[in-house]
Design a protein around this ligand. Structure first.
Ligand code: PXP
Length: 244
């Protein structure tokens, strides 16, 4: 039987809503506590350079309260590395970051930054932090991550999500499936995320060696309609009992 897929819920957009009034509502810790009660596996946050949603204090408080293991998404910069080491999250996912983008629009280009990223990850060697790279579903990027000794990649499912039920649906799915198979071959754990929702997450979950999903925008948005508890319950059922 397939192993239960872990779910990390990205709460960046709870912070987006809170920051709209610059007060403390909705409160991130309260949301984290509801997610714990809903049996989510991880709280995921992306601390961006411009702090447009999650702020340094949020990272610190989420870690200190420790409702759930913290997965910190961040760019490969010295500033972020220092924050990461100070926080000591359960896991850390390295993402590319451009100030002008609305969200993380593509994967990390590992193969063209081997020297820089190699030096960056070498500082994690004696840390007890599960390090991953967020990459497009490309064999060369996975091989590059393996070359640097990184043991986990998160496959960017954004293109698949955008093409869901459209012309390129199958080819995008095949790319992710091949990438996940390649992870298994080279001994890398395979996570996935971006743009996942009730409709498309079942298909991604049906890929045998994908062991973790990180999902944000859809879950937080749908919580406005159905409530957070019900949204999470339904999503967990979909990813652990895919109908395909
Ligand atoms: N995984 C990573 C590495 C991300 O950067 C993001 C977006 O912040 C997500 C997952 C979640 O994407 P979405 O909000 O579309 O579910």
């Amino acid at each position: 039987m397939k192993k239960k897929i872990r779910l990390g819920v990205n709460i960046d957009h709870v912070a987006t809503l809170r920051n709209a009034r610059n007060e403390d509502f909705p409160n991130l810790l309260k949301v984290a506590s509801i997610l714990k009660d809903s049996h989510v596996d991880l709280i995921t946050v992306h601390l961006r350079e411009d702090r447009r949603h999650i702020r340094d204090k949020d990272v610190e408080e989420l870690k200190n309260k420790n409702y759930l293991p913290l997965n910190l998404e961040m760019a490969a910069t010295d500033e972020m590395k220092n924050i990461c080491f100070k926080t000591n999250p359960f896991s850390c996912c390295i993402v590319p970051e451009r100030r002008e983008e609305l969200t993380t629009e593509g994967g990390l280009d590992v193969k063209n930054q081997l020297d820089y990223l190699g030096e960056f990850v070498s500082d994690f060697k004696d840390k007890d932090i599960k390090l991953s790279f967020f990459v497009d579903p490309e064999i060369e990027q996975i091989d590059a991550a393996a070359k640097l000794g990184v043991k986990v990649v998160e496959i960017h499912t954004g293109k698949f999500s955008l093409n869901y039920n459209k012309k390129n649906h199958q080819s995008e799915f095949n790319r992710i499936e091949r990438a996940a198979e390649h992870c298994l071959k080279v001994g890398i754990d395979c996570h996935a995320g971006h743009g996942l929702n009730f409709d498309n997450a079942g298909e991604i979950s049906s890929i045998p060696n994908i062991v973790e999903l990180n999902v944000g925008h859809f879950l937080i948005s749908n919580a406005l309609l159905d409530g957070l508890n019900i949204t999470i319950k339904k999503f967990m059922k979909i990813i652990n009992h895919p109908s395909i």
